[in-house]
Design a protein around this ligand. Structure first.
Ligand code: SAH
Length: 392
């Protein structure tokens, strides 16, 4: 088997599963992109089997600590295991992520279930090259009515892969409906091809209820709403008012329609959140619960400074708009803006507006998006719930 020998300081020697291009001492056996290779330390001891792509800065991603090939049986076993683990974890079974890449031992493979439809992403060269095998494994183990490929994520470019979407087998139902925190959300097949991510932000599903729990009697401002997951859940839970702010016209229309079909009344603004927050603070408006769930302003560490400036502005405005005892649920969906950095940003913003707040709850990506303890990159969504101190 071909492979690589890693340098003494390589992260994989401290338990990480990835090998970066600058951590390689030597390549042997002339592997090709997409091959399975063995990873060895300087004393030629096996660290595990990995997928290889010299075009990416992550040249190797380990998927087993043993010698292991990628055959049909391997894919069937890993997918079946991921599915049964989620059952043990008590994650809802009709709407969930079934395979979460490295954290399920399938680096670059994402499988999301939307009822009878499954959406697949193959974000690494090795997994993309084995699309047929994966498709068969999904058919045998999970037996969906339809399997859709949504391979447009920008990270594919870093692997030298072209964007691609399509139906791998079956026909998706004309309409699928899901109860999300008491609200019925309807999805048509277009959602899987045109919606964000694979259709919904499944990583936030569990947080809708956690935030809606606090909603009764409150006036809510849901910023970066997408389809209104937070705002509509809050209304359904008894919020007296909710304003959803979303820049995508299509998503904004869906919020309005979803509210209507659920008998809820919502204010939808198809606009830039920054403009709306400015307008609301100028007008002296107040809210009792604000959600900030911005897109990841930064994909890289280098862009972080600029991103944090915008992030701080959001927090300044939100803290200004909140009533005493008001709540702010603030999220970061980038590993590069960790919970610590989120808290630092909030502290700076509080200092600027001369107010005090408590951290009352920590929030994470849903349990179906597991976190590998030794691979910090797998923890990418963090959130904090702040409560404004009354009377200070
Ligand atoms: N809270 C949503 C997910 C938010 S993702 C949910 O739980 O489903 C971020 C959303 O913000 C996207 O829908 C994107 O279209 C929108 N967006 C990005 N930049 C924006 C801006 N400046 N103003 C308003 N919306 C924006």
């Amino acid at each position: 088997m071909s492979g690589i020998i890693v340098k003494p300081r390589a992260g994989i020697l401290r338990g990480h599963d990835w090998v970066y291009s600058n951590e390689i001492l030597k390549t042997f056996g002339n592997p090709s992109p997409g091959d399975v290779i063995s990873v060895r330390d300087g004393r030629n001891r096996l660290l595990g089997s990995a997928i290889y792509n010299p075009r990416s800065i992550i040249v190797a991603r380990r998927f087993s600590r043993q010698r292991q090939i990628l055959d049909a049986d391997f894919f069937r076993r890993r997918i079946a295991l991921a599915e049964s683990e989620r059952n043990h974890w008590g994650v809802r079974s009709d709407l969930r992520r079934i395979v979460h890449s490295d954290a399920d031992g399938l680096p670059g493979v994402i499988l999301d279930r939307y009822g009878s439809v499954i959406v697949l992403q193959t974000l690494t060269a090795a997994m993309d090259a084995r699309l047929d095998m994966l498709t068969e494994a999904v058919r045998e183990v999970l037996a969906p009515d339809a399997l859709i490929e949504r391979n447009e994520a920008p990270v594919r470019k870093a692997e030298g892969l072209a964007p691609r979407t399509g139906v791998l087998f079956g026909t998706p139902a004309q309409e699928l409906a899901f109860d999300i925190a008491g609200v019925t959300h309807r999805l048509n097949p277009k959602t899987f091809f045109e919606g964000h991510k694979t259709g919904l932000y499944l990583d936030q599903l569990e947080n809708y209820e956690k935030i809606a729990f606090h909603a009764p009697g409150r006036r809510v401002l849901d910023c970066f709403s997408y389809r209104g997951g937070f705002g509509l859940a809050c209304l359904n839970a008894g919020a007296v008012f909710a304003r959803c702010v979303e820049s995508s016209e299509n998503a904004a229309d869906i919020i309005t329609e979803t509210a209507r079909s659920n008998g809820l009344t919502v204010e939808v603004e198809c606009a830039n959140v920054f403009d709306i927050l400015k307008r609301e603070t100028r007008a002296g408006a107040t809210y009792d619960l604000i959600v900030l769930d911005p897109p990841s302003f930064t994909k890289t560490r280098e862009e972080r400074r600029d991103a944090l400036r915008g992030f701080k502005e959001l927090h300044i405005r939100a803290f200004q708009l909140l009533t005493p005892g008001g709540l702010l649920a603030s999220f970061s969906c980038s590993h590069h803006v960790s919970e610590g950095l989120l808290l630092d940003t909030a502290r700076e913003a509080l200092l600027d507006v001369k107010r005090s707040a408590r951290v009352v709850q920590r929030l994470f990506q849903g349990r179906d998006h597991p976190i590998l303890a030794l691979v910090p990159e797998t923890a990418y969504l963090s959130g904090l719930l702040f409560e404004m101190m009354p009377g200070r």
